[in-house]
Ligand binder design. Structure first.
Ligand SMILES: [Zn+2]
Length: 267
């Protein structure tokens, strides 16, 4: 059923969607059948389609997907930064649940940080507890470095944020997958060396994926060598930026008296 006027804003409608507010012009009365099929199933399915599409794009062609989005192909994409938050939520849930089971099985231990000095404690906190939020820093740092190093596409800094956001989404999806793999531990019982190998493989995959993401977006603008040295600089810059920030954060919280620092970031 089509209406002459939009039921939402009152504007005269001539097409499938109202040109004033975007509501569909065939808004129907809510009956049981179209409530189930349209409002519940269809609505939910549409959100999931956007999430699944964006997640899949981030995994298989993050660079090209970001460029598509930047150039205006936006309808099929779910908001990347919202999806990053959702993925972090899922990761925290998986990790928390994993730790709960570990402790329940009596295999867990609680880090003893009482022996550490102030600076070390801060480092420990930043590395372990805040690591989920530190990961967000990848976006501004990667965006800035991408903006400095990959200039030929003439993307602005904000557009480089989209590229970095898409790649962070992929990183988080891989990490989530990594968390899921660790759940197999409860079925087959990993030895600590197997667990280390798995962590190492996941970390290596994430590094390769970052390279792939930028290759996917910018490879056609540079020679292979030109791309390779840009990528090396990219990681070097990220490392320097992280160290600088850490230096400032620890310095600030210890009144610039660092003292002896011992860290155990992988506990
Ligand atoms: Zn309207």
């Amino acid at each position: 059923m089509k209406h002459k006027n939009c039921l939402n804003c009152g504007k005269t409608v001539t097409d499938t969607y109202c040109s004033g507010c975007g509501q569909k012009s065939d808004t129907h009365r809510i009956t049981f059948k179209n409530f189930i099929f349209h409002d519940v199933l269809h609505g939910t399915f549409h959100i999931e389609k956007g999430i699944l599409f964006t997640a899949k794009q981030a995994l298989i062609r993050p660079g090209k997907a970001a460029l598509d989005y930047i150039s205006g192909k936006r309808k099929p994409y779910y908001n990347v930064f919202l999806l990053i938050l959702l993925t972090i939520g899922l990761m925290l849930f998986l990790r928390h649940y994993y730790n709960e089971i570990i402790i329940e099985q009596g295999r867990g231990y609680i880090n003893d940080t009482t022996q550490l000095n102030e600076a070390s404690k801060k480092m420990d906190t930043i590395f372990s507890q805040k690591s989920k939020f530190v990961i967000f820093l990848f976006v501004p740092f990667a965006a800035l470095n991408g903006f400095i190093l990959f200039r030929r596409k003439k993307l602005n800094l904000s557009e480089h944020f989209i590229v970095a956001g898409m790649i962070l989404l992929g990183i988080l999806l891989f990490s989530t997958l990594g968390n899921v793999i660790f759940y197999l531990d409860f079925l087959v019982g990993f030895s600590s060396s197997i667990a280390d190998v798995i962590s190492l493989i996941i970390t290596a995959l994430i590094f390769l994926y970052i390279v792939y993401g930028y290759f996917n977006a910018f490879s056609e603008d540079y020679t292979k060598i030109g791309f390779a040295y840009r990528m090396l600089l990219f990681f070097a810059f990220i490392f320097i930026e992280m160290m600088l920030l850490l230096f400032i954060a620890v310095g600030f919280s210890t009144n610039w008296e660092f003292g002896e620092i011992t860290i155990s970031p992988f506990n």
